[in-house]
Design a protein around this ligand. Structure first.
Ligand SMILES: *Cc1c(COP(=O)(O)O)cnc(C)c1O
Length: 351
């Protein structure tokens, strides 16, 4: 560390992304919740259509075409959509600009909430999940900080019942509640219907998982036009061209192809239920996931770390978090049915 780094950031512990191995040919990659399927055919076709030549020009800072496609998909006004360079960037804007009274989130949830709190000097309040990893919304009642809820939660995959989001919003209408719906496509229920009733709700979505576009870096927020306008003020004070030309086109095309989206998510849900059932048969504790991953604990048979290592030796890459409460679990991204069958086969050998 040099003497040039701001004192306030000296203790910053950065987010640890899952490994992106360079030689993928022999590995089954189930560690970062990417889709096993390629982007929609229309995405690939559109990207081959000569847009590369226009990369000499800046991208549209208002992202008009993309915003239109997203707004149409959700049936909201264009002014209610705020696109970002991945939903991580959208979240960063909220932490930076909308957490005057701090931020509150679960002890076991998306790791970036903690990192952003430190990065932007926000008081981060950690609220433990219940013993069964569910969120106890009554524990949030006296907290003034902006609430961040991943729903379904990561890395547990557990959903919060719809009434509980309403409960959080009603607790304090002057407190912003951010619902991170990165995985909602895989069986969760969106908070979107609550937008008409609550102006303290901001929903964050991503193209990374459900639309096979992790590498495009594209996410967005849905909220009241006033909230979205504030986010734009933050963005235009930081990076007006936050979404690049190619991702803009990819995102708009991906939104239009709802049939392909339905097909992919259907297959992933089917493979998830298969894998969960098989692992349970081996004696694993598998939490009830509504995401494109499962969180599996091998109980006393084998430690989480050891299971992770044995899978790795057999060419399957999953994610293990060496953290309190969850070190006995591994998070397994749902791939194709064939990949899940291979996982089951290898697991059988391991246990
Ligand atoms: C993957 C993930 C994100 C980040 O998605 P990007 O759009 O790729 O930045 C945000 N929130 C949760 C809960 C995630 O799992």
């Amino acid at each position: 560390m040099t003497r040039f780094l701001n004192d306030k950031l000296k203790d910053l512990v950065p987010y640890t992304p899952g490994e992106q191995p360079r030689n993928m040919s022999k590995l089954i990659k189930l560690n970062t919740n990417e889709s096993p399927y390629p982007p929609a055919p229309g995405v690939i076709k559109a990207l081959d259509g000569g847009e590369a030549a226009s990369l000499r020009l800046y991208s549209d800072p208002e992202c008009k075409t993309l915003v239109r496609a997203i707004a149409e998909y959700h049936g909201v006004r264009d002014g209610q959509i705020f696109p970002g360079n991945g939903s991580d960037e959208v979240l960063a804007f909220v932490f930076h600009g909308m957490c005057q009274n701090g931020a509150v989130f679960a002890d076991i949830t998306y790791g970036f909430y903690q990192v952003f709190s430190a990065m932007f000097n926000v008081d981060g309040g950690v609220i433990p999940l219940r013993e069964d990893f569910s969120i106890a919304v009554e524990d949030y009642v006296n907290h003034k900080g902006t609430v961040f809820i991943a729903n379904p939660n990561a890395p547990t995959g557990i959903c919060l019942p719809p009434g509980d989001i309403r409960g959080l919003l009603e607790q304090d209408r002057d407190r912003l509640v951010v619902v991170d719906e990165a995985y909602v496509a895989f069986g969760g229920e969106s908070a979107q219907p609550l937008l008409t009733e609550f102006d303290n709700l901001l929903i964050v979505r991503t193209f990374s998982k459900s639309h096979s576009l992790a590498g495009a870096r594209l996410g967005y927020a849905i909220g009241s036009e006033e909230l979205i306008s504030d986010l734009n003020t933050l963005k235009f004070s930081f990076n007006p061209y936050n979404v690049n030309r190619l991702s803009m086109i990819a995102g708009a095309e991906a939104m239009k192809d709802t049939a392909y989206f339905e097909e992919c998510r259907g297959r992933i849900i089917e493979a998830r239920e298969y894998a969960a059932e098989q692992l349970r048969n081996f004696g694993f504790t598998v939490l009830d996931s509504k995401a494109n991953f499962i969180f599996a604990g091998a109980n006393a048979k084998i430690s989480g770390m050891k299971y992770f290592k044995r899978l790795r030796e057999n060419g399957i890459l999953v994610r293990h978090f060496d953290l309190p409460r969850i070190s006995d679990y591994v998070r397994i991204t749902i791939g194709t049915m064939e990949q899940m069958q291979r996982l089951v086969e290898v697991t059988k050998g391991v246990v």
